[in-house]
Unconditional design. Structure first.
Length: 160
């Protein structure tokens, strides 16, 4: 019984300290990459957390690290494109979306964001093509049909 109580106390203490360490998403992912520096997914997650915190320059460094470990995963390329988009660099973002698509052609999200970058560049017909491609890959993506409808409406309005 004394051994059981000791085990419970040790595990309870370890859980307490682990919860302290993982107080937020950033500290959780930093802990993961410090313990598993070859975990490309963790590096990508650090990047996502930085990007969502409004730190896209730092996020890009983490996506590069993830890509250096596993260049065949399309997600860090896609997320790098998103960070570039956040920085107002649509031409560069499109290159990253294209890379993600070259790795996984049926990955709908880069098609959508490529389209969104094209809308920002006033290339609406091309944007519509990208949105429609994404819809053909995944017809259940929230908000995609609305983007298509709105883009078609703008195109039609400009033709008048």
């Amino acid at each position: 019984m004394l051994i059981l109580i000791s085990i419970v106390l040790v595990l309870g203490t370890a859980s307490y300290y682990r919860n302290e360490l993982w107080q937020d998403e950033m500290s959780l992912w930093i802990d993961v990459v410090s313990k598993a520096p070859h975990n490309y997914s963790a590096w990508s997650s650090v990047g996502n957390t930085l990007r969502e915190a409004g730190r896209p320059h730092e996020a890009i460094k983490k996506y590069r690290k993830a890509i250096s470990i596993r260049p065949t995963d399309p997600k860090p390329w896609y997320n790098w494109g998103n960070a570039l988009s956040n920085l107002g660099r649509p031409h560069e973002a499109i290159k990253k979306y294209r890379k993600a698509i070259s790795i996984q052609p049926d990955f709908a999200k880069p098609w959508i964001n490529w389209g969104t970058a094209l809308v920002g560049m006033e290339r609406l017909e091309q944007a519509l093509e990208k949105y429609e491609k994404a819809l053909s890959l995944n017809p259940d993506i929230s908000g995609l049909r609305k983007k298509i409808y709105e883009t078609r409406g703008i195109i039609q309005a400009r033709k008048k």
